[in-house]
Design a protein around this ligand. Structure first.
Ligand SMILES: NC(=O)C1=CN([C@@H]2O[C@H](COP(=O)(O)OP(=O)(O)OC[C@H]3O[C@@H](n4cnc5c(N)ncnc54)[C@H](OP(=O)(O)O)[C@@H]3O)[C@@H](O)[C@H]2O)C=CC1
Ligand SMILES: CC(=O)N[C@@H](CCC(=O)OP(=O)(O)O)C(=O)O
Length: 345
């Protein structure tokens, strides 16, 4: 059994990790931290986990965590990087759900996250864990930076277009919408039901911290610089992200081969579903599941490719992808614990 620790167990991604790991056959969760709820039994706080965990939240303690085979960080940005040197020295493997180790350029990281990076050595060694791109590097990594939620939906949808070189990489647009759980569980006025309900807005349109992460991944896929406009929106929903992506085909005649290009690219990917051309993937078709569903569209004879990509921000956008990464790191079947289909309706 893999002995797992979770730092930040009371947040939305922490409890989602617990939900997924509760039925994982090869994992025991031995430590789950919360500073505010230390001492409280997990099942008292989260009744959906009654009967699954006989464990209480504890204060984060690096020595206890270092005794685990793998630690998930489900904490705000800036927490994991401070504990990393000690955990890495102990040989513990880590999947960090925060953004601490996602960006290669630490000046860019400092600019967007508003603090200097405190673990540059490990930022260099971390593997950006998008399994559909770097599965082999994840296998041997000690530290995996789990991708952000919007970046997962956006990168997966653009990948085949950029890797094939069929689109102009300087004119990409990602118009993305997220449910409120993307903002985490801590109280914020802007996230109250009375503020989010029956309303819909763009935010971060002049620049969101996922922009450099998206740009980094897309540049790698394109093999050079990309120009990307990314605008996130908050919608009155709890879970889910829909990203509508736009790219310009260099040669409109290539439209005819795009569906098979996408199907071939993701044929062996257990968690990416390319739907028939012209379908409209719904967020509820991935709610609670570790899937990304996508579909291609064209309006009349336009040379603009439209891709609609949906994920559950807490699953393929966070905890599910983190467990997928753990399965790869420990040479387990990649789909273990992640096989349940989405909840619908
Ligand atoms: N929500 C989402 O859809 C996604 C979130 N992420 C990322 O995952 C991470 C967690 O997100 P989410 O679960 O939404 O966040 P929450 O705000 O819901 O939870 C944060 C958790 O971290 C703990 N925590 C906060 N500060 C510290 C600290 N200084 N030291 C130790 N523990 C701390 C909190 O517990 P306590 O304060 O009691 O210790 C709490 O359990 C974030 O980095 C987020 O950006 C990534 C993808 C998607
Ligand atoms: C709706 C909402 O507020 N979403 C969050 C998504 C961020 C998130 O989860 O951040 P990381 O993926 O970088 O960890 C936001 O825009 O800040």
């Amino acid at each position: 059994m893999i002995k797992v620790g979770i730092v930040g167990g009371t947040g939305y991604t922490g409890v989602e990790l617990l939900r997924i790991l509760a039925v994982h056959p090869d994992v025991t969760v031995s430590c789950i931290t919360s500073r505010s709820e230390a001492g409280m039994p997990v099942a008292d706080m989260y009744p959906n986990l009654r009967g699954h965990y006989d464990l209480a939240f504890s204060e984060p303690d690096v020595k206890t965590l270092a005794a685990c085979d793998l630690v998930f960080f489900a904490t705000p940005h800036g927490v994991a990087m401070r504990m990393m040197p000690e955990l890495m020295a102990a040989g513990t493997r880590v999947v960090d759900l925060s953004a601490d180790f996602r960006l290669r350029d630490l000046d860019v990281w400092a600019e967007w996250y508003g603090m200097p990076h405190e673990s540059p050595e490990w930022a260099e060694k971390a593997v950006y864990g998008l399994p559909e791109v770097v599965r082999n590097k994840i296998r041997t990594a000690q530290l995996v930076a789990n991708p952000g939620c919007y970046p997962t939906a956006v990168q997966l949808g653009f990948l085949p277009l950029l890797e094939s070189g069929l689109v102009d990489p300087s004119r990409l647009i990602a118009d993305a919408k997220s449910g409120a759980s993307g903002a985490g569980r801590q109280g914020k006025i802007g996230m109250l039901h009375g503020e989010v309900g029956e309303s819909f807005k763009a935010y971060g349109a002049s620049g969101h911290r996922h922009l450099p992460e998206i740009r980094q991944g897309l540049s790698q896929a394109a093999g050079g610089d990309v120009g990307v406009t990314f605008v996130p929106h908050l919608i009155p929903m709890v879970r889910g992200i829909e990203a509508t992506l736009y790219a310009e085909l260099r040669n409109p005649a290539d439209f005819d081969r795009l569906q098979s290009l996408f199907e071939d690219r993701f044929r062996d990917e257990p968690f990416v579903d390319v739907m028939p051309f012209g379908s409209h993937p719904e967020t509820r078709s991935v709610r609670g599941a570790n899937n990304c569903r996508m579909a291609l569209h064209r309006q009349e004879q336009s040379n603009i490719v439209i891709v609609s990509s949906v994920i559950d921000n807490l699953v393929k956008g966070a905890a599910g992808q983190a467990v997928q990464n753990m399965n790869i790191m420990f040479d387990l079947k990649e789909t273990l614990g992640l096989e349940a289909p989405a909840l619908l309706p």
